[in-house]
Write a protein that binds this ligand. Structure first.
Ligand SMILES: C[S@@+](CC[C@H](N)C(=O)[O-])C[C@H]1O[C@@H](n2cnc3c(N)ncnc32)[C@H](O)[C@@H]1O
Length: 385
């Protein structure tokens, strides 16, 4: 075969492979690779100085990932000696594509090195386990300040029976971003135990304080229903968070400070939780409510480690035709105490069936009364200086 003809055939074959590889939709799921072999191929590719040849090498790597049966290199052979590495398939393919689309050898090698680093090393910040070298795999972690969540997570022990609970995604997101495995989380208004159920799922230790003994009893039962696969401590304590002896509670586990503080207090009197005067929902006025909330902040925040986060979940309310900005008032109580404000997240209220049925009625009332229907609450995020 003449040289020109051979080149033409090669080009044809190359473009056929590309087409084949582009046709299957990027499958979600994980590619478990033989780490040593995979790195060997990446390093070999890194040694190639011709862009076309380098791309050929990467193309055959991509082919193995997409069509595992053609693996002659042993990249997918996890029975061979050595470590394995699990990479999200769609992210890996997109990284390989980036190399294949590079216009210069320098750029291609830059992407190659980045992929190699992501396999070899772990880089996290001080407060979470997110591997920043593989940040593309974390698209379940929310980084926008507007949260539109339309479905409550009702899996496992999350039954959603408690009127006034928050959706599990709130503590879940907070823990993913602001705690590491085995860190300690304190929830000063734990209610039905949502935070502690998430603690069990994510391998964080958790202490929850709740005033109402009936509610704590149920919360305990529910939390126990959730598998404790990371073998963490999750404890529900019946007490008034304004005065609870948190130091003694923590010392039982040889812990002095927690790494994340969560508070989801009553939104003043919107829902009256219990009858006792220690309940924040029984406060006689907004001022008294804020004072009580301030007492909880004063009692709990000394036990939050410096440089760590405090998430306050709170909504506003209407009273006698006036919007009471409870969220911002509570935020001020925390700021007065020297915390730095990291974010104000606005989260939608998910629509329940009951609310959906009353939608038209509320819309009519809003038009008549000239008001807006509450559709959001806040997650105020603070950092201890
Ligand atoms: C908005 S709910 C929290 C719900 C919780 N996030 C959940 O998912 O179930 C507020 C809780 O604070 C409790 N509470 C009110 N005053 C309290 C106080 N002084 N100390 C501890 N808990 C209190 C109420 O009984 C109620 O269960």
């Amino acid at each position: 075969m003449g040289e020109e003809k051979a080149m033409k055939t090669n080009r044809k074959a190359e473009s056929r492979i590309s087409e084949d590889l582009e046709s299957p939709p990027p499958t979600l799921g994980v590619a478990i690779l033989n780490k040593e072999k995979f790195l060997e191929v990446l390093k070999e590719s890194d040694g190639i100085n011709d862009l076309g040849l380098l791309k050929n090498k990467v193309l055959s790597l991509k082919r193995i990932i997409v069509f595992p049966k053609g693996d002659r290199e042993g990249i997918l052979n996890i029975d061979l000696n050595g470590d394995t590495v699990s990479l999200r398939k769609d992210v890996l393919i997109s990284e390989l594509n980036q190399i294949l689309e590079a216009q210069t050898i320098g750029r291609a090698k830059y992407y190659l090195k980045r992929l190699e680093n992501g396999v070899q090393r772990i880089k996290t910040n001080k407060v979470s386990d997110i591997n920043l070298l593989r940040w593309k795999e974390y698209d379940d972690v929310i980084t926008d300040s507007l949260w539109m969540l339309d479905k409550r997570d009702t899996s496992g022990a999350h039954l959603g029976w408690y009127w006034g609970n928050f959706i599990p995604q709130i503590p879940h997101q907070m823990m993913l971003r602001y705690t590491k495995k085995e860190d300690w989380v304190l929830d000063a208004f734990v209610g039905s135990g949502t935070t502690l159920i998430e603690c069990r799922r994510l391998g964080r230790n958790g202490i929850g304080i709740e005033l109402d003994p009936e509610v704590t009893k149920k919360a305990r039962e529910l939390v126990e229903k959730e598998k404790n696969k990371h073998n963490v401590t999750t404890k529900v304590i019946t007490d008034d968070s304004r005065t609870a002896d948190i130091e003694t509670i923590l010392s039982q586990y040889s812990v002095k400070q927690v790494q994340l503080l969560i508070m989801h207090p009553p939104y003043y009197d919107i829902i009256k939780f219990s009858k006792g005067h220690s309940d924040l929902s029984q406060a006689g006025s907004v001022e008294e409510f804020l004072e009580m909330f301030g007492e909880v902040v004063d009692n709990a925040t000394p036990f939050l480690e410096k440089g760590r986060y405090f998430a306050l979940v709170i909504g506003d309310k209407y009273s006698k035709g006036e919007w009471i900005p409870l969220g911002f008032l509570c935020m001020n109580e925390v700021l007065k105490r020297g915390y730095s404000l990291k974010s104000i997240i606005v989260k939608n209220f998910e629509e329940t069936r009951a609310k959906r049925n009353q939608k038209e009625l509320w819309r009519y009332r809003a038009l008549v009364g000239g008001f807006y229907i509450f559709k959001h609450e806040y997650i105020m995020l603070f950092k201890k200086r």
